[in-house]
Ligand binder design. Sequence first.
Ligand code: DX5
Ligand code: ZN
Length: 223
Amino acid sequence: MIIAPSILSADFADFGREIEAIEAQGADWVHVDVMDGHFVPNLTFGPPAVAAFRSHVTTVMDVHLMIAPVDPFIEAYAEAGADVITAHLEAGPHIHRTLQAIRATGKKAGVALNPGTPAEAVRHLLDLADLVCVMTVNPGFGGQKFLDMTAKIRALRAMIGDRPVQIEIDGGVTAETAPLVVAAGADVLVAGSAVFKGGSVANPAPYGANMRAIRDSVLRAVA
Ligand code: DX5
Ligand code: ZN
């Protein structure tokens, strides 16, 4: 199980040290939420910001593009140093082409599904994707309430079969909700507020404790 803290919940004046702190405390990946104020009602990071984050990431930089159109920006986020680039199925009419374009940059390709989009929508994309991201909130903000998408996760797991496609869950992941999504078949957990709460770069131990609480809740549930 991979834990990918979202730096949307970090101190925006101190990203370099925040990334180093979460990695030192046990983060497996670093999740970067890119928002355009159009596809989602919030604005975050352009390619130069993401390139600046890259020099602090030693694990995997997981870039979640909540932007439309997405195709004109794939190259720039690839050059900024993303390892995984995830685009939304709802961001345009040609997600198949978008996934091909991401793979053409040599990066891993992810497809994200909003809560209202059914699992069935990715059936014909599974050989083009390395990851399917199931949104368990409506994208745009951290700290929202978890929406139960376990039936969708189970359907995706069955559809994926033995393909090397990871299922990532994004939104409202906590020690309470993580066991539900992992039992349904998730293998990457994005968590923003649940990882960053109570800590800071000056006091990073709570980041580690928060990630352990998520891991332990899953281990207890499978035991
Ligand atoms: C939502 C973002 C998420 C968000 C998760 O639009 O894609 O990555 O930051 O934050 P929490 O874990 O606080 O729901
Ligand atoms: Zn995200």
